[in-house]
Design a protein around this ligand. Structure first.
Ligand SMILES: C[S@@+](CC[C@H](N)C(=O)[O-])C[C@H]1O[C@@H](n2cnc3c(N)ncnc32)[C@H](O)[C@@H]1O
Length: 288
């Protein structure tokens, strides 16, 4: 299979004096599979929010923290053959996977870069970031940086989780416990698990106008395997941090049986699993 070009332009010396990014999820093969499962579970919500925000055919769009390119590919469909999409990420491994998967999207290009600093020569019609602000020590600075890269009237769309909205209904103690480990581990590394609730405020603080947005949440039936798989997948990825921070021991987590135990508990209490809310907020750059 022919590989697409990946531009290399990264990490300048300015990064030395600012808070480190806190990306806790890594880029192992297992994490790539988890990203695929997670993306499938929020694809409809993402499409809805992309359309509602005003992503249209012909736009030139930047995708921040593109990972393996799930959002960039959805945007490529919306902007069509006359549009352009640039996906940036600081993981060469994830970008290599993204580039291989995107061979049938000629309007899509992936570039190695740090979202805190990366800047293109030409302005964008829209900048989109899904599940990236969550991990950044200073999300407002990153929003300001990219707002300045928009053409006048351009669109900035932030999509992120409110993990604290996740639960089983009726409540399941093991689900609550696993969600507690995840919340504590993300906070321990400086991430913001409820940032989805604050996206509109961040966009306004970044100087965007006409800010609006909404959140979307799924409801998974008691026998739907996706709820236990999504929850145990995040715990598996975060297990080293959970253990290192003293949040739970490997024995308490019991990672090899966690998915099956959650599935049993959810089924036996006939609980519906509510994954995190995917919140979206967007605003426009209005220059005087
Ligand atoms: C949870 S993943 C989300 C990927 C994708 N946006 C999605 O929604 O499926 C976060 C991504 O941000 C990237 N990332 C984290 N910090 C970054 C930084 N400072 N600059 C560029 N990419 C970063 C990670 O490598 C990872 O691919």
């Amino acid at each position: 299979m022919k590989r697409r070009r990946t531009n290399i332009a990264i990490l300048d010396a300015n990064t030395m004096n600012e808070p480190a990014t806190t990306y806790a999820l890594g880029c192992s093969d297992e994490e790539i599979m988890r990203l695929d499962r997670q993306s499938a579970s929020i694809e409809s919500a993402t499409r809805l929010l992309l359309r509602a925000s005003g992503i249209e055919p012909g736009m030139r769009v930047l995708d921040l923290g593109t990972g393996i390119g799930h959002v960039a590919m959805l945007i490529a469909e919306l902007v069509g053959p006359k549009g352009r999409v640039v996906g940036i990420d600081n993981s060469t491994k994830l970008l290599d996977v993204a580039a291989l998967r995107a061979v049938s999207h000629p309007q899509l290009r992936f570039t190695l870069g740090d979202v805190r600093h990366w800047r293109d020569d030409a302005p964008f019609d829209a900048v989109v970031g899904r599940l990236i602000l969550f991990h950044l020590a200073d999300p407002l600075a990153v929003l300001r940086h990219h707002a300045a890269a928009l053409r006048p009237g351009g669109l900035l769309l932030a999509l992120d989780f409110d993990l604290r909205a996740s639960r089983a209904e009726p409540a399941v103690p093991l689900v609550d416990e696993a969600l507690g480990w995840i919340d504590a581990a993300f906070r321990h590394v400086g991430a913001s698990p409820a940032i989805g609730t604050r996206l509109s405020l961040l966009l306004e603080a970044a100087g965007l106008a006409e800010v609006q947005g909404f959140g979307v949440q799924g409801y998974l039936a008691p026998n739907d395997p996706r709820g236990p798989a999504l929850l145990s997948g995040v715990v598996r990825t975060l297990a080293p941090q959970i253990v290192a921070a003293g949040i739970a021991t490997p024995e308490q987590i019991g990672i090899d049986t966690l998915e099956a135990r959650i599935a049993d508990a959810v089924r036996s209490s006939a609980s519906v699993v509510l994954p995190p809310v995917l919140a979206g907020a967007w605003g426009r750059l209005v220059r005087a």
